[in-house]
Design a protein around this ligand. Structure first.
Ligand code: PLP
Length: 395
């Protein structure tokens, strides 16, 4: 019999396992470890949202929905997106409800790429971008962003990577893993470049509510989506979901907003591979969009307080740390300790029982930094930071 190894598709063989998951297998079963690892809210989804899911089941809603998702949900999404991003989509033809932003990312790559088409994206970045592009036979073209530039994506660096094969520019602001928020002036330059080169943009805005731009890092600043800039709606696929700001990771719900022709192409794949997103999650999402603002703001303020604590403590330890404008991640620069980011993370885990993710899990540009997720309780963060301080004092 031909070895099973040889039966795996080339495309699948070519992609690595997620560096985050690999690292966290080391953490499994170790009780005293404080994990600042996985990028997931420590909050449970607010009760009124859970109750809506329960009520959905209680009423006997256990069926499939329309492939696009419940129209009533798409109508709520349309209203919410208009308010949040200042751009309006037709709920009947331009919105597709997906199983998380993860599914939407996969759909967008498969719907829009032909073999050899290039996709430019900024690194360090979310671990799925490169594999999603590769699995759709595209070519991933990373642009490095640097801690020295506060991880701003510079239009001139994007321009340098554009070739006649470039089809898509993938953006994620606020960024996982750095928390960077793109300055509007730079976003405008990027939009100009996209129009001049007739590209499409995939904009993953999953952290767009979790902003700390305002006063003292406490107030929610303004989020500007590239989709809202002149001439951009028609060439942008805006991705958003419920996992982060509503603390609904396990509900597995996201959506894409895009011109009808692109939505239809994505829907065709979704129809055959997923059919629809779970109905109880969709009903819970309606509740989240209608009445979730207050609880969301409470969680955001809790993250803001933790962010300020972590920033202050890293500063006191003499570990340079970029002040993130959004998401719930810190990306401190550990180069001065002379360890690679993997060595730093492994030793911190072994010596102090604190788990952070090595920066190179997010692409080469992340080397020299580690990602610490502060979506964990203030009290646990204080202990973790004491342990990190003790670790770095020995380096
Ligand atoms: N996009 C980014 C930037 C993320 O950080 C994540 C999850 O960590 C996702 C997408 C996936 O989110 P979802 O739970 O909606 O699939």
């Amino acid at each position: 019999m031909k070895p099973l190894e040889e039966r795996i598709a080339k495309q699948v063989k070519s992609i690595p396992r997620s560096g985050i998951r690999d690292f966290f297998e080391l953490v499994q079963g170790r009780d005293d470890v404080i994990s600042l690892g996985v990028g997931e809210p420590d909050f449970c989804a607010p009760w009124h949202i859970r109750e809506a899911a329960i009520f959905s089941l209680e009423q006997g809603h256990t069926s499939y929905t329309s492939n696009l998702g419940l129209l009533s949900l798409r109508e709520c999404i349309s209203k919410y997106v208009t308010k949040q991003f200042d751009v309006t989509y037709d709920p009947k033809t331009e919105i597709l409800v997906t199983v998380g932003v993860s599914e939407a990312l996969d759909l967008v790559c498969r719907a829009l790429l032909n073999p050899g088409d290039e996709v430019i994206y900024h690194e360090p970045c979310y671990v799925s971008y490169n594999p999603s592009i590769a699995l759709a036979y595209g070519v991933a073209v990373p642009v490095q962003t640097k801690v020295e530039d506060n991880f701003v994506l510079k239009a001139e660096d994007v321009a340098a990577k554009i070739t006649d094969k470039t089809r898509i520019l993938m953006l994620n602001f606020p960024t996982n893993p750095t928390g960077a928020v793109e300055p509007v002036e730079e976003l405008e330059k990027i939009a100009k470049l996209v129009i001049e080169n007739d590209l499409l943009v995939v904009s993953d805005e999953i952290y767009s509510e979790l902003l700390y731009n305002g006063d003292g890092g406490f107030e929610r600043g303004e989020h500007v989506s590239i989709a809202s800039l002149p001439g951009m709606k028609e060439r942008t696929i805006l991705l958003h979901g419920f996992s982060k700001a509503f603390a609904m990771t396990g509900f597995r719900l996201g959506y894409s907003c895009a011109p009808h022709v692109l939505t239809e192409a994505m829907m065709k794949i979704h129809q055959y591979s997923m059919l629809c997103a779970p109905i109880m999650s969709q009903n819970a999402a309606i509740e989240a969009l209608k009445h979730g603002e207050e609880e969301m703001e409470k969680m955001r303020r809790a993250y803001a307080r933790r962010r300020n604590l972590v920033l202050k403590r890293f500063e006191e330890m003499g570990v340079p740390c970029f002040a993130p404008g959004g998401a719930f991640y810190m990306f401190p620069d550990i180069r001065k300790f002379g360890l690679s980011s993997s060595e730093f993370a492994l030793r911190l885990l072994e010596e102090e029982n604190v788990a952070v993710v090595p920066g190179n899990a997010f692409g080469e540009a992340g080397e020299g930094c580690v990602r610490a997720c502060y979506a964990t309780s203030y009290e646990k963060l204080e202990v973790a930071l004491d342990r990190i301080a003790s670790f770095v004092s020995r380096l």
